[in-house]
Design a binder for this molecule. Structure first.
Ligand SMILES: [Zn+2]
Length: 69
């Protein structure tokens, strides 16, 4: 298994926007193991609540929710 992503601070990750359904690309900071933050969708500009976890076994996991949920 290629774990070279752990060497990089920022990793690209594609997810589906919970607001508009478009696939958007975000950059995940893998120097932090777990984080929750809000990022605006690049397509519809509405906020997406991101729950991001990075670990060497599972790689990058991102859960995207609408901020108001
Ligand atoms: Zn959107």
């Amino acid at each position: 298994m290629d774990r070279s992503y752990l060497m990089n601070t920022l990793e690209e990750f594609s997810l589906q926007c919970p607001n508009c359904g478009e696939v958007v690309t975000i950059f995940v900071d893998c120097s932090v193991e777990q984080q929750v933050y809000v990022e605006d969708c690049t397509v519809c500009c509405r906020p997406i609540l991101l729950t991001v976890s990075c670990d060497e076994f599972n790689g990058i996991n991102v859960a995207a929710r609408r901020e108001e949920d």
